[in-house]
Design a protein around this ligand. Structure first.
Ligand SMILES: Nc1nc2c(ncn2[C@@H]2O[C@H](COP(=O)(O)OP(=O)(O)OP(=O)(O)O)[C@@H](O)[C@H]2O)c(=O)[nH]1
Ligand SMILES: [Mg+2]
Length: 244
């Protein structure tokens, strides 16, 4: 059952009586959640979505009933059979009909209640894309190998393109159509790296803000940073798309 994206704040209806009605652009925003076996995370995650957002859950080859759980929670469900983080994100962004998209993991490690502060910077025109910088809420959450791989990628991007960020933007808020127009082609974990490179080269104003990084929801399984093997696989995806 698709969620109708509600009208965002600042609509003419919301103007107090007697004041000048709001005539600026009314923007809609969908939260895109790439999900591979994240059924256990979705109830709490979707319950904490603030008002004024649609939810698009992309089921990427799950075998735990992710799509059924998402549909029962009122999310728009998109099925993407091609495996890979980038494949899932791209399918969700394409399927969304909103002006803005906010992409975050579907494993419960990020909090949708932190999105309005990021979205505001895009709506006000201060940023073309706002990127979250993970700040772990407990020790030991972000293993050294994942952190080191991330820092190396960011160091390289800063040197090659001047990218002013410290994390690979695991949470991103931006306008949907310009995002699709960037033509990001990677469909695995290289997707955010290629996106950041293309956005920076296209002259986008990229702004970074801290976001809380929490343990993934109980009942879900770590697929990447929970093991050195997962990190090595992600690092290979990053390396494939890094600008030389
Ligand atoms: N690993 C992986 N994740 C996918 C895929 N498709 C969608 N996802 C989702 O992409 C998001 C990010 O993947 P995660 O596995 O959480 O990656 P991570 O946060 O770097 O590492 P862990 O949380 O430790 O596994 C999650 O919501 C996944 O469910 C896929 O093919 N592989
Ligand atoms: Mg995760």
């Amino acid at each position: 059952m698709p969620v109708t994206t509600p009208r965002a704040h600042g609509s003419a209806d919301a103007a107090p009586r007697g004041s000048t009605p709001y005539r600026g652009p009314v923007t809609t925003c969908d939260i895109v959640l790439p999900c591979r076996d994240e059924a256990a995370a979705l109830p709490a995650l979707i319950a904490s979505v603030p008002e004024g957002y649609g939810v698009v859950v992309v089921d990427n080859g799950s075998s735990d009933g992710t799509a059924e759980v998402a549909a029962s929670l009122g999310a728009q469900v998109v099925v993407e059979p091609t495996p890979g983080y980038g494949a899932a994100v791209h399918a969700g962004v394409e399927a969304s009909g909103a002006d803005l998209v906010a992409v975050l993991d579907g494993d419960g490690s990020m909090d949708p209640r932190e999105l309005p502060a990021l979205r505001a910077l895009v709506e006000s025109g201060e940023a073309d894309m706002v990127c979250g910088r993970r700040r772990p809420v407990t020790r030991g959450l972000w293993p050294w190998h994942a952190r080191a791989g991330n820092a190396a990628v960011l160091w390289w991007l800063r040197r090659r393109t001047g990218l002013p960020l410290h994390d690979i933007a695991p949470v991103r808020v931006c306008r949907r159509e310009p995002l699709l127009a960037l033509g990001v082609e990677d469909r695995r974990f290289g997707y955010p790296v290629e996106l950041l490179t293309k956005a920076q080269q296209a002259g986008w104003r990229l702004v970074e803000r801290d976001i809380s990084y929490r343990p993934r929801a109980e009942g879900t399984r770590s697929k990447v940073s929970g093991s050195v093997r997962g990190t090595v696989r992600a690092a290979r995806d990053f390396a494939r798309v890094l600008p030389r």
